[in-house]
Design a protein. Structure first.
Length: 630
């Protein structure tokens, strides 16, 4: 049993900062919030990440996309044949009708009917195909966000609020849905209309076709200006939406302290300011759209009027057929009508682009504790060897902003030993536990589990070997049995009940309305704090880890609840290697050894009885605790 702590030696300089290492509030060297990318709504991402993300989402559906494009191409050909058939009817079928020939008019009418039916049928096929592609893409994107958020390390979630994550998976995905369901069809329809109509106008009369092409110059400049202005507005609007969601989620998650400290009015004021900001940005986006629609229609109507007047003069002098002028007028109207729809597409595109940029930034974040490229399995445990040795070898830890929390130290915990860690708030106790659980990686040095560096273990192997029970026993919505089997998903009901009986939780569970099938509801709110902690211990016992970390597991309990949990601790810790963060010194009774921490250093180390008999910090703490009980 060996322990060395650099109590008197100066701390070794920390190594290079760990990528993504956490920046806790109040940590030394904490920077201004504006300098931290996690305090901004848009996380940094490589250039072009949003385009690559959209490409990767569409790539599995490229065959469907091509088929949908062919369908739309054919459908637009059927739609744009209408004015040409009108020109044929006026210039050829009507003169033939005067001479008693009904054939040309009947042929034109039949062709028009066929085109109308084909257009409607093909539109139906396209809408179904596009909707199917859209739903598969959104399903995959929402799944990626959810899976990636679970993979990202604890340090990420410490800094990036859950409200923003919710906004990414809901509001931002919904913006992309609007683009895929409606916007892309509008864009493709506009582009195909421009190609078909321009070709038809050139075919009917090269002069009218050239004039129509020239009229696109001011419209193009108008579209570019709208695109630049609206993009800025939509980026701000998306950020404002996230702010509203973050505040709402924060208030609902902290509803008890909100009501206890009568924060309702103050929260209303803050939420009102966020809502007003969102309202103003919504108004800005509507104004930009209104300005674009008015100017585009004015430009389009002016161009149509000018070309119709010019065409009428040409009909009068015999250089242009009346049917050609009628068809050209219809085509010109169709040519400029989609310009409004192009604005609608740009509206959807700018909103979706801002949202996709934020989602891409989130998905570009790498875990602060990455998976090893070649995972190493833990050595097999023999019968009667439930614990594994733990070694902190030259370990130091500092926050991302440079604040050192744990100066360099060495620590060895033999297999099967229970070590209690005590000290004042901020001494580094929980940080030590989080390094062992590999929520963070050390700045320098390494943490070994049975001789294997934690960084060489896969997440699955590590979580099977090391389990942490926190101060707040978190239970998920679902039954008591489902919460216990989180420790071993394939466990039978008999194994679940055996774990609960060993912990002392069986009696209260069977007294619940539905026993083990009782729904504990959100965060286990249906049962008491002590009962939640017992369920979490049953979960840990069922998981059968080699190393167990208890982070102040009894600090929030009353005396009866603490006694029940301490009895459970005796059972769950038996034979295992354990690190117990002790806020109440009564917890130390289960320990073989005590570490006293101060300012990130281990200042005392030894058996509880030996330290109590001494004159150090632990003796003072123990004496003060005994006096508080008398």
């Amino acid at each position: 049993m060996t322990t060395t702590a650099d109590r008197g030696s100066p701390p070794a300089p920390p190594g290079p900062p760990t990528p993504g290492a956490p920046a806790a509030p109040g940590a030394p060297g904490d920077v201004d919030a504006a300098a931290d990318p996690f305090d901004r709504d848009v996380l940094p991402a490589p250039e072009g990440a949003a385009r690559r993300l959209l490409g990767s989402l569409l790539r599995p559906h490229r065959t469907r996309v091509v088929l949908a494009a062919v369908v739309l191409l054919t459908q637009q050909a059927a739609v744009q044949a209408g004015p040409l058939l009108v020109a044929v009817a006026i210039d050829r079928a009507v003169p033939a009708l005067r001479e008693g020939g009904y054939g040309p008019l009947l042929a034109v009418a039949a062709a028009y009917l066929v085109c109308a039916l084909a257009s409607g049928g093909l539109q139906y096929v396209f809408v179904r195909a596009a909707a199917r592609i859209s739903q598969h893409v959104l399903l995959e994107l929402r799944g990626r966000i959810y899976r990636h958020a679970q993979v990202l390390s604890v340090d990420f979630h410490d800094r990036y609020t859950s409200g923003r994550l919710i906004s990414r998976a809901t509001t931002d995905v919904e913006s992309l849905r609007e683009l895929l369901d409606e916007g892309l069809q509008e864009l493709l329809t506009v582009l195909l209309s421009l190609v078909y109509i321009s070709a038809m106008l050139m075919y009917l009369d090269i002069g009218l076709g050239a004039a129509a092409a020239l009229s696109f110059v001011p419209l193009f400049l108008l579209v570019r200006n709208f695109q630049r202005r609206s993009m800025r507005v939509y980026r701000k609007r998306s950020t404002a939406v996230a702010g509203v969601i973050v505040k709402f989620a924060e208030t609902m998650n902290g509803i008890r302290p909100v009501q206890s400290f009568r924060r309702e009015r103050a929260n209303d004021a803050v939420f009102g300011r966020l809502n007003d900001h969102h309202l103003r940005l919504n108004g800005d986006s509507i104004l930009e759209m209104a300005r674009y629609v008015v100017l585009s229609r004015l430009t389009a109507n002016t161009a149509v009027a000018a070309m119709v007047v010019w065409g009428a003069y040409r009909v009068a002098d015999g250089t242009l057929g009346l049917g050609v002028l009628a068809a050209a007028a219809l085509y010109l109207r169709r040519l400029y009508d989609p310009i409004d729809r192009l604005g609608m597409f740009l509206n959807s595109y700018q909103s979706a682009s801002a949202s996709l940029e934020k989602i891409a930034g989130l998905l570009a974040q790498e875990p602060g504790v990455p998976e090893p490229k070649r995972p190493v399995p833990l050595p097999e445990r023999g019968p009667g060897q439930p614990g594994r040795p733990v070694v902190f070898e030259g370990v130091a830890f500092g926050y991302r902003t440079g604040g050192e929390v744990l100066p360099r130290f060495d620590l060895t915990v033999p297999a099967g030993q229970t070590v209690a860690v005590v000290g004042s708030t901020g001494a580094g106790k929980s940080t030590l536990a989080k390094l062992l659980a590999r929520f963070y990686d050390p700045t320098c040095g390494r943490v070994l589990l049975d001789g294997t560096d934690l960084r060489e273990l896969s997440a699955t192997e590590l979580r099977r070997g090391v389990v942490m029970v926190t101060q707040e026993a978190f239970l998920f919505s679902g039954t008591v049995a489902e919460n216990i089997t989180l420790g071993r998903p394939g466990a039978t009901r008999e194994q679940v009940e055996q774990a609960a009986k060993a912990i002392g939780a069986h009696d209260f569970i069977t007294a619940l309305p539905d026993g083990y099938d009782t729904d504990v509801r959100k965060r286990g709110g249906r049962i008491s704090a002590g009962q939640r902690q017992l369920v979490s211990f049953a979960r840990a016992l069922l998981a059968d880890p080699a190393v167990l970390i208890l982070d102040e597991a009894t600090s929030s309990l009353d005396v009866p609840g603490e006694r029940a949990v301490q009895h459970a601790m005796d059972t769950v810790l038996h034979g295992r290697t354990a690190l117990v963060i002790a806020h109440r010194l009564s917890t130390v009774a289960v320990a073989d050894r005590v570490l006293v921490m101060a300012d990130g250093r281990i200042v005392e180390d030894g058996p509880p009885a030996e330290l109590i008999a001494g004159t150090g910090r632990f003796a003072d703490l123990h004496r003060a605790w005994r006096e508080s009980l008398s």
